[in-house]
Write a protein that binds this ligand. Structure first.
Ligand code: ATP
Length: 358
């Protein structure tokens, strides 16, 4: 296993990149600890696959270095990087048994049969494949085949990193949550460095200790699931994580006081704001908004039942503001007022939380 360092990494598919917009991956520097569970989370086209391919060696970076345990491997071949990869669709040998599929990566490296047998049975046990070991892989469902792919990725103990690229895409929805928690459990048992790529926040937040959120070829925040929920550094993170996402409304800040549509709003960080007022916004999650006697005047436009709580959508001065109301609590009709929890309300400038990025 290895600590992975990305140092001023940048990549363009254009052989002669001119401006920032020519880079599919903007400059980034990251440290991934040996044995950590990481997720790369972001929408389609944000650069996740590009980053994976740079780490696995399928692409050579335009600029910067990739280090494994301090050793620069940016220009070495994929084989020499010693990485196990699990793809979106199962990569298995249909004509072989489940056992031989799992044994393949080990036999390929000349491991003795007794050791192969031990490792195959261990992994099969973890993935509930023990009873099917002698079955032909061709007879299995897509779920079963993908479990073998996962097993093939996990079976070797000598790899530097295991990378999962949207591995649950072909898995039946009712089995997804089962495999998601299984992967987390597997990480805790075998403690290898794992990178899990997905556009699904639930998968990322369940699996990873640290989530790297990407947008437009850029890392917008790296943090624990709690960090991303409680302190989204960028409005994109606020939107992308959470259900529903963070409310974002335009605002003004004068003399350290934020106002939205002419109404004062208490925030964590407006007091220290000294910028030029470029695209200022207030961000507050629906969890931290409540009905009040005074505050922001709003019209209630929609109430949706979400089980233990209701999602109430309101409108104020062309902005939509959502709040979560526990089941059984009173919801006013028509016009009312909202209050924001001042300790959970932040201001953002050009998307970035004020005080985080100049
Ligand atoms: P998805 O989840 O859809 O796979 P992604 O987050 O993995 O998306 P990438 O596939 O890394 O994103 O794409 C990042 C950007 O690079 C996109 O704008 C894409 O169009 C561009 N891109 C990807 N591969 C190539 C290529 N071979 N040549 C040129 N541009 C590419």
């Amino acid at each position: 296993m290895a600590k992975i360092t990305l140092q001023n990494l940048r990549h363009s598919y254009n052989p002669e990149p001119k401006g920032e917009e020519d880079y599919a991956l903007k400059r980034m520097s990251l440290d991934w600890a040996d044995g950590g569970a990481y997720a790369l989370l972001g929408p389609s086209g944000c650069g996740k696959t590009t980053l994976l391919n740079l780490i696995s060696g399928l692409l050579i970076p335009t600029e910067g270095q990739i280090l494994f345990d301090g050793r620069d491997i940016s220009n070495t071949t994929p084989e020499r990087r010693n990485i196990a990869q699990v793809f979106q669709f199962p990569v298995i040998y249909d004509t072989m048994t489940v056992y031989d599929n799992l044994a393949f990566p080990l036999r390929n490296r000349g491991m003795g049969e007794a050791e192969v047998d031990k490792r195959v049975r261990e992994i099969a046990e973890m993935l509930d494949l023990s009873r099917t070991l002698q079955n032909r892989a061709s007879g299995l469902t897509a779920d079963g085949k993908q479990k073998i792919s996962l097993g093939r990725g996990l079976v070797r103990s000598d790899v530097n990193v295991i990378m999962f690229d949207e591995p649950l895409t072909v898995i039946d929805p009712h089995l997804k949550w089962q495999l998601r928690s299984k992967l987390k459990e597997l990480h805790q048992r075998i403690r290898r460095t794992m990178i899990y790529v997905t556009h699904d926040q639930t998968e990322a937040l369940t699996f990873a200790d640290q989530v790297v959120v990407m947008n437009n070829g850029e890392v917008v925040q790296t943090g624990t699931p709690i960090d991303l929920f409680e302190r989204p550094m960028h409005t994109f993170v606020g939107h992308f994580i959470g259900s529903p996402g963070m409310n974002v409304m335009p605002c003004e800040v004068k003399g350290g006081q934020a106002t939205f549509a002419g109404h004062s709003v208490q925030t964590v960080n407006a007091r220290n704001y000294k910028g030029k007022g470029q695209k200022l916004e207030i961000g507050v999650r629906p969890e931290f908004v409540s009905f009040a006697k005074t505050g922001i005047p709003v019209d209630i436009v929609k109430v949706a039942d979400a089980g233990r709580y209701r999602i109430v959508e309101t409108r104020a001065a062309n902005s939509s503001i959502k709040l979560l109301v526990p089941d059984g609590d009173h919801i006013p009709v028509g016009k009312t007022h909202l209050a924001f929890d001042a300790t959970r309300t932040q201001i953002y400038e050009n998307g970035w939380m004020v005080g985080v990025r100049p």
